[in-house]
Design a protein. Structure first.
Length: 265
């Protein structure tokens, strides 16, 4: 049996990848991992300065390439434009990483209706929109035994209720996890695998305030005793994008240090 060495099983060299929310935080971690392993990576968000800074930094790493495209992914028309732009630039798309997202924390008594509108739109509906519009390019990526993968960045808050009052966030992530399974069942015959990473706490702009206040408490609740590191999420993305992940679809993979199995007396 050939092709069972790690360099073959986890190779993403030459793949075309789109990482939404790739200008900072977890998205930047993921984009960095793909670039360092020889992929051509497009990153997209609504913040031009963050995108340019990240792209310039990643392009100095060599091996792969990073290209920024500005888009407000909370808006339907912007998702359509991004998909069209990808179609103009590339003949295929091998991997779509839906990472863009938002959170909202507030007490039950004052939790606003607009929080649900904002988060369900960005965290679920626009993931569907962008995936839908990019399916033709992903199908071309999957042709001839190639790679067509969608990786949705979810959360352990979509698996178990969080202690914090982030009602719209946890609900949207639970919906995203189920959407991923539904898309996986529909797209498998087209050679497109769809999986979710249910992340625990990682250092990012979204988590910054929470980690500043509660990091010690959070770490005490994680059996492995730490928050996530770039290698944790990058390794999972490379696994799901390479030959090693070609028989995996519809899975929700926890990347959270054992938080989900921690005993709670």
């Amino acid at each position: 049996m050939s092709g069972l060495d790690a360099s073959s099983l986890f190779s993403v060299k030459g793949q075309v990848v789109l990482v939404t929310g790739g200008g900072r935080g977890v998205g930047e971690m993921i984009a960095t991992g793909y670039v360092q392993n020889g992929a051509k990576v497009y990153i997209s968000s609504r913040t031009p300065s963050a995108l340019k800074e990240t792209a310039d930094k990643l392009n100095k790493l060599g091996k792969g390439e990073c290209i920024p495209i500005v888009a407000d992914l909370s808006k339907y028309d912007e998702c359509v434009k991004l998909a069209e732009e990808m179609g103009r630039r590339e003949k295929v798309l091998n991997v779509l990483v839906n990472n863009s997202g938002a959170t909202w924390g507030e007490s039950l008594e004052t939790y606003p209706d607009q929080a649900f509108t904002k988060l369900m739109t960005l965290n679920v509906q626009r993931v569907f929109t962008l995936s839908q519009k990019l399916v033709p390019l992903l199908k071309k990526g999957a042709e001839g035994g190639g790679v067509g993968r969608i990786i949705n960045i979810g959360s352990i808050n979509g698996e178990i209720p969080p202690a914090m009052e982030t009602y719209a966030y946890s609900s949207s992530k639970a919906a995203l996890h189920h959407l991923s399974r539904h898309l996986a069942s529909r797209l498998a015959p087209d050679g497109i695998n769809v999986n979710t990473l249910a992340l625990g706490p990682f250092p990012s702009k979204m988590m910054a305030a929470t980690l500043d206040k509660f990091k010690d408490d959070i770490v005490r609740g994680i059996p492995l005793g730490r928050v996530g590191e770039p290698s944790d999420v990058v390794g999972a993305c490379l696994w799901l994008s390479g030959k090693a992940g070609q028989f995996i679809t519809g899975a929700t993979v926890p990347i959270e240090g054992g938080h989900l199995i921690a005993a709670k007396l």
